[in-house]
Design a protein around this ligand. Structure first.
Ligand code: BJW
Ligand code: ZN
Length: 299
C-alpha cells in the first residue's frame, strides 16, 4: 500500500460527514470466510453457482441447496470479525452519518459493532418459507442443543416458534479452517432436507438473494439513498461485477462523492475510484483509521 494513497484517503475520511462503506466478500476473507471469485479459494471455483445459487437449483434439489447453505452458515458461526470489520465500526463511531452497505450474507459487521448494515443480498440467518415468505426459525445448533442465533436484526424467528431439531451437516470445528465447502447431511452426500413452513408446509429456503432474483426493495432503496447523499464512499473487497449492487459506488461517484477502494486486485470499479489502496482489508482499514484520526489501531 502506497503511503501517498493512504495520506490522500485519510484526508478524505477525516473530513467526511456522511460515509458509505460498501463491502463484499473480501471484507470477510481474513476471517476465513471464502470469497466467490478469487482464483484458487473462491466458492465459484469449486461449486457451480447455477446448481446452488438460483431459484431453479432450489426447486430441483432443495436438500442439496439447503445443506450447502447450512454448512456455510455454520462456518460463519465459527468465524470472527477481523480488524477490518472493527475499523469499519470505528469509522461509523467517528462519523455518525455513516452507512454500511454490504453484499455479504454473514453477520460479521454486526458482530464487530456496526449498527445496522444494509444487507443487499440477504442473510444466512434469515430463512423464510419458499412459498408464503413467512420467516422461519433457524435450525438447532447441535453443539448446544438450543436454537442458534435468532436476533431480530437478521429477521430470525419473529413468532417464537420452536426450532427444527433435525440433524445438520457439521460445520468446521473451532480453530479449523473454514472452507464453506463440506456438507454431510443425513444421507452422507451433503444433502439436508429443508424444514417445512409452520404455516403452509412448503420448504423453507435460505434468506439470501440468488441470481435472477430481485434485491430486497427496502435495502436497495436505502443503499441508493445513502450513496446519492454521501460525501465519501469506501468500497472494500468486492469484485464489482454483480449488479445492481455494483451500481452503488457508481451512484456515489455520479453524485460527486470521492470513492476510495480497498482491494488487493484491480476491479472494474477502478474507473470510478479517486484513491486505490491495494491491500487486504484487515491491514489497510485499521491503517486508514489511524492515519485519519491518529487513534491507536483497532485490532
Ligand atoms: C479482498 C481480500 C481482502 C480478496 N481484502 N479485498 C450480464 C450483465 C450484467 C448483469 C447480469 C448479466 N447476466 C445476469 C445479470 C444479473 C446478475 C449479475 O449481476 N450477474 C453478473 C455476475 C454477470 N444479477 C442478478 O441476478 C441480481 N438480480 C437481478 O439482477 O435481478 C433482476 C430482477 C429485477 C426484478 C425482478 C426480478 C429480477 C441478483 C444477484 C445476486 C447475487 N447473489 C450472490 C450469492 C448470494 C448468496 C450466497 O452467498 O450464496 O451474491 S453471487 C455472489 O456475488 C454474492 C456476492 O454478494 C456477490 C458479489 O461478490 P463479491 O462480494 O464482490 O465477491 P467476489 O468474490 O466476486 O470478489 C471478492 C473481492 O475481494 C475480489 O475483488 C478480491 O480481490 C477481493 N479480496 N481478499 C480486500 N483480504
Ligand atoms: Zn409458508
Amino acid at each position: 500500500m502506497e503511503q501517498a494513497g493512504l495520506r490522500d484517503a485519510a484526508a478524505l475520511v477525516g473530513r467526511a460527514r456522511r460515509v458509505v462503506v460498501f463491502t463484499g466478500a473480501g471484507m470477510s476473507a481474513e476471517s476465513g470466510v471464502p470469497t466467490f471469485r478469487d482464483a484458487l479459494t473462491g466458492l465459484w471455483r469449486r461449486f457451480d453457482p447455477q446448481a446452488l445459487a438460483t431459484p431453479e437449483a432450489f426447486e430441483d434439489d432443495p436438500a442439496l441447496v439447503w445443506g450447502w447453505y447450512e454448512s456455510r452458515r455454520r462456518a460463519v458461526l465459527s468465524a470472527r470479525p477481523n480488524a477490518g470489520h472493527a475499523a469499519v465500526a470505528a469509522i461509523e463511531a467517528r462519523v455518525p452519518g455513516s452507512v454500511v452497505v454490504t453484499q455479504n450474507v454473514d453477520d460479521l459487521h454486526e458482530r464487530a459493532g456496526s449498527a445496522a448494515p444494509v444487507h443487499l443480498h440477504g442473510s444466512l440467518f434469515a430463512p423464510r418459507c419458499s412459498a408464503c415468505a413467512r420467516p422461519a426459525p433457524l435450525p438447532d445448533d447441535p453443539t448446544d442443543g438450543g436454537p442458534v442465533d435468532s436476533r431480530p436484526l437478521h429477521g430470525g424467528p419473529a413468532d417464537g416458534s420452536p426450532a427444527d431439531s433435525r440433524p445438520l451437516p457439521g460445520g468446521p470445528a473451532d480453530g479449523q479452517p473454514v472452507d464453506g465447502g463440506s456438507v454431510d447431511g443425513p444421507a452422507g452426500d451433503g444433502r439436508v432436507p429443508p424444514p417445512e413452513c409452520a404455516r403452509c408446509g412448503a420448504p423453507v429456503r435460505p434468506g439470501v438473494v440468488w441470481f435472477g432474483e430481485a434485491l430486497p426493495e427496502a435495502a436497495l432503496e436505502a443503499a441508493v439513498d445513502a450513496a446519492s447523499s454521501c460525501d465519501l464512499l469506501l468500497t472494500v473487497g468486492t469484485s464489482g461485477v454483480v449488479y445492481p449492487a455494483a451500481e452503488i459506488p457508481r451512484v456515489a461517484a455520479r453524485f460527486g462523492a470521492p470513492v476510495i477502494q480497498v482491494n488487493p486486485q484491480e476491479t472494474p470499479l477502478d474507473e470510478v475510484c479517486d484513491v486505490n489502496l491495494r491491500g487486504p482489508a484487515a491491514r489497510v482499514l485499521p491503517a486508514l483509521v489511524e492515519a485519519a484520526w491518529g487513534v491507536p489501531r483497532v485490532s
